[in-house]
Design a binder for this molecule. Structure first.
Ligand code: GTP
Ligand code: SAM
Ligand code: SF4
Ligand code: SF4
Length: 324
């Protein structure tokens, strides 16, 4: 297994299969690449199924044990089932999706080897949902969650981005997962680093306190040191990476962009390495180098002083926006 200079073993890879999307969520970071708007048809720059599988075979050689397919909207890929089917058996296969295409395809994906799914759902009311996603597909998403449960994918995590626009929906979302078997809630802190609008952020410390006040039990996940709150039979996990050194200190993932670039950190675009025309041996070497070059905290938001990486205080005090 590969470990970076800071002792973090790389156990997972997150592969973006496309940067296209049928939604236009107001906050979207597109896994670190910016805008998802554009043509919906397959694009030439996307990795082919062969490229994805070749990379995953290399990752498996390095004892990576999990892959997350994401995007853009990964289910826009017509060859998604093939990719899942051809993923090496050693890797747990999960996907994060907006859920709209699950009603027709959940079962075939499970048959192909999909083991877990996270579905993004920020609200329980169609109008509220439409304001955030700029899409009217609320019913399809609800049907998608049902289809995932019917296909045996419970527990299904509902991903909710917590920002000023969704904060009022928090209590009903917590109740929703408590009342419905098979659902969990994942509260994702709004990340302004790549998309701006820092003033949309909410006070996560207050959110933790509010959740703790209702919880029967609290656990901490090894991954990212994430907290899990058990409330009235439901489970709520908090993903709070912004300015959170502990979160990064427990980050064991390497990313791949839809166009086949290795990327050591979601918030970092200065270390992209194309796997384009590479042989398997070259991919192996580049993977090693990407792991070797990981930084302990936020990539470009760290500053190097006297040969050491230290936290960029300016960033912590005043997070830059895309407009800076
Ligand atoms: N900064 C940062 N944000 C992350 C990281 N992992 C997840 N996130 C945020 O959380 C969102 C949702 O993550 P998911 O794709 O659902 O996956 P996950 O919850 O991390 O993974 P599982 O628990 O394995 O399902 C991401 O799109 C990011 O916004 C990370 O390593 N760094
Ligand atoms: C980029 S989307 C890709 C997969 C799929 N289209 C979806 O929405 O689930 C992955 C996750 O990132 C979350 N996300 C997007 N932009 C974000 C931001 N600025 N801050 C925090 N989470 C964000 C989404 O809510 C979603 O759960
Ligand atoms: S559905 Fe996912 S990829 Fe599409 S705009 Fe929303 S967050 Fe971004
Ligand atoms: S911001 Fe931190 S947790 Fe997220 S990918 Fe980068 S190092 Fe990992």
């Amino acid at each position: 297994m590969l470990a970076d200079q800071f002792g973090r073993e790389v156990t997972g890879v997150r592969v973006s299969l496309t940067d296209r999307c049928n939604f236009d969520c107001v906050y979207c970071h597109n896994e670190g690449l910016g805008d998802t708007r554009g043509p919906m048809d397959p694009q030439d720059d996307e990795m082919s199924a062969d490229d994805v599988v070749r990379f995953l075979e290399v990752a498996a050689e390095f004892d990576v044990d999990a892959v997350k397919f994401t995007g853009g909207e990964p289910m826009l890929r017509g060859d998604l089932t093939e990719i899942v089917r051809r993923t090496p058996d050693e890797l747990e296969v999960s996907m994060t999706t907006n859920g709209t295409f699950l009603p027709d395809r959940a079962e075939e994906l499970v048959d192909a080897g999909l083991e877990r799914v996270n579905v993004s759902q920020d609200a329980l009311d169609p109008d509220d949902f439409a304001k955030v996603t700029q899409s009217g597909a609320y019913e399809q998403v609800i049907e998608g969650v049902e289809a995932a449960l019917d296909a045996g994918l419970a527990p299904v995590k509902l991903n909710m981005v917590v920002f000023q626009g969704t904060k009022p929906y928090l209590p009903e979302m917590v109740d929703h997962v408590a009342e419905n078997d098979g659902l969990r809630l994942q509260l994702i802190e709004y990340m302004p680093e790549l998309v701006g609008n820092a003033d949309w952020a909410v006070d996560t410390a207050a959110m933790h306190e509010w959740l703790a006040g209702q919880a029967d039990r609290i656990e901490q996940r090894e991954m990212h040191g994430r907290s899990r709150y058990f409330i009235d039979g439901g489970m709520v996990e908090v993903v709070d990476p912004v300015g959170n050194e502990e979160f990064c200190a427990n980050c064991h993932r390497v990313r791949v962009t839809h166009d086949g670039y290795l990327k050591g950190c979601l918030n970092r675009n200065d270390d992209l390495r194309s796997m384009g025309e590479m042989t398997e041996a070259e991919i192996r070497e580049t993977f090693r180098e990407t792991v070797e070059n990981r930084v302990p905290y936020y990539g470009e938001y760290m500053v190097e002083e006297d040969g050491e990486w230290v936290v960029n205080e300016r960033y912590l005090d005043d997070p830059p926006t895309a407009d800076d």
